[in-house]
Design a protein around this ligand. Structure first.
Ligand code: SF4
Length: 469
């Protein structure tokens, strides 16, 4: 039971941050200062970077894609996988010559990785030329922290242990396009035994429905056609709110918003996928026929060790119920191989689940121990070569299934929301079906931002090709 209540940041605190935005704006006026943000990890992090970019724009910075041109370089880090962490340290270290050339360059590091114990002090020790370090719970204090970093010779470090309160009205600089993300809740209560997220993002905190609805309404007015609702476990949205209002209620309210044509969400924990939610998905005209439902393992023994709180039978039942009510739904998943103690038999159970569910696609990962999580202390860690071998086998099974599913789309016509010209396919447009499949297609006119009908002429394993009809 979650008894925590969502608390918004006070107006006074917001006013203080706005004053820092104004002060920095005055300080850098007419200097043409530029920023460059490097983002690691999930969509939540990408969306946090949109907020940092929004604050920087309000301060008067402009974005540059070139590191060399930047007056401010920010690393928004992720700690879910070890190799992402190593990459951050390597990339920060590589900036030392830049800092020597330009002592006014500000280098900052923020995000989940900084929220881990000792990460900030390690940075201060190993990379003393870094100017600013902050965590996930104080992103809204970025204007003050940056102001201090610009005016100090010391590294400014601020990591709050207590999970962040909800901050509304942070300026957001979204990529211009047809789709936008909006966070509906923060944190996670689930403590899957391999996952660091609850330790670095805190417990679940839901935004007020009216704040989300207003934001999505504004997105519709600004011309966005699709919104993706983000949260570590969106299915438990609302459980901490005072009034009974849950994720299905939110979907039905967002369904009425003019201008928004498609609603997506991620991620969903199977244990919280309720009958009401399946019904809301089926009844809503805008919620897309796509469900990302991480299974993680097909073995009941491993699911228990992962603390996932469902078993394969319950998961299969859910899939049946979803397909009964939404027959054309595309289902995708996340799978970890090589969790401590995973035997050949456990791995065979995972393959069996993949064959039974027939996922449209899957994000497959090798288990990587994260210090501070229970799984990292488990005995029977699996040999790296075995993990790699299992990953290859899993990927080849999933690729075959993805290809078969896509081949069944041959000759059929789908609604595609067009994102623009394809980056990889010359003279082709690119967009997504409601099932979230990427389609490249030819069209005789510019159809960017429109929903068009495309007939599939060439199904491939990961993408589709077609012609507009
Ligand atoms: S549901 Fe599990 S895997 Fe997902 S963020 Fe929460 S603890 Fe991590």
């Amino acid at each position: 039971m979650n008894n925590r209540k969502t608390v918004k940041i006070s107006n006074e605190e917001i006013d203080q941050q706005i004053q820092y935005v104004v002060d920095i704006n005055k300080m850098i006026k007419n200097k043409g200062f530029k920023y460059h943000i490097i983002t690691y990890g999930c969509q939540m992090n990408v969306h946090d970077s949109e907020k940092l970019a929004g604050m920087l724009s309000a301060m008067g910075y402009t974005e540059t894609s070139e590191l060399e041109d930047a007056d401010l370089i920010l690393f928004n880090t992720c700690c879910v996988r070890e190799n992402a962490e190593n990459k951050v340290y390597g990339n920060v270290g590589a900036l030392y010559p830049n800092k020597q050339r330009n002592p006014n360059l500000i280098i900052g590091i923020c995000g989940c990785m900084m929220q881990q114990s000792d990460a900030a002090s390690y940075i201060a020790r190993k990379f003393p030329f870094v100017d600013l370090v902050f965590g996930t719970h104080n992103l809204h204090r970025f204007p003050k922290l940056l102001f201090d970093a610009i005016n100090s010779k010391e590294t400014i470090i601020e990591i709050l242990d207590e999970e962040g309160r909800i901050v509304e009205d942070v300026p957001i600089k979204r990529n211009i396009g047809v789709s936008a993300w909006t966070t509906i809740m923060y944190g996670c209560n689930n403590f899957c035994s391999y996952c660091i997220v609850p330790y670095v993002r805190g417990r679940e905190r839901s935004r007020q429905p009216s704040d989300i609805i207003d934001e999505v309404r504004r997105l519709g007015q600004e011309g966005y056609k699709e919104v993706t609702l983000l949260g570590q476990n969106v299915n438990s949205y609302g459980k901490d709110l005072d009034n009974p209002y849950y994720f299905p209620n939110l979907l039905m309210d967002l369904d009425k918003i003019h201008g928004i044509e498609r609603i997506r969400f991620m991620t969903s924990h199977p244990k919280d996928l309720s009958e009401e939610l399946i019904r809301a998905m089926a009844e809503s005209s805008k919620v897309c026929e796509h469900l990302h439902l991480p299974i993680q393992s097909g073995s009941n023994r491993i699911l228990k060790a992962m603390n996932r709180r469902y078993n394969r039978e319950k998961y299969l039942e859910l899939i049946d119920r979803v397909r009964e009510q939404i027959p054309d739904i595309a289902i995708t998943t996340d799978i970890i191989v090589g969790f401590p103690g995973e035997t050949e038999e456990d791995f065979a159970d995972t393959l069996d689940m993949v064959e039974r569910v027939r996922y449209d696609s899957a994000f497959t990962f090798i288990y990587s121990p994260r210090s501070g999580t229970p799984a990292s202390k488990m005995s029977e860690q699996i040999d790296d070569n075995i993990k790699k071998e299992r990953l290859q086998i899993l990927m080849s099974v999933q690729d075959r299934i993805s290809k078969e599913i896509n081949e069944a789309m041959y000759g059929k016509t789908y609604e595609v929301l067009v994102e623009g010209l394809s980056k990889n396919k010359e003279d082709m447009y690119t967009g997504r079906t409601r099932g979230n499949k990427l389609v490249n297609f030819t069209a005789s006119e510019d159809v960017t931002g429109k929903i068009v009908k495309v007939k599939i002429t060439q199904p491939k394993t990961w993408t589709l090709e077609g012609i507009m009809v």
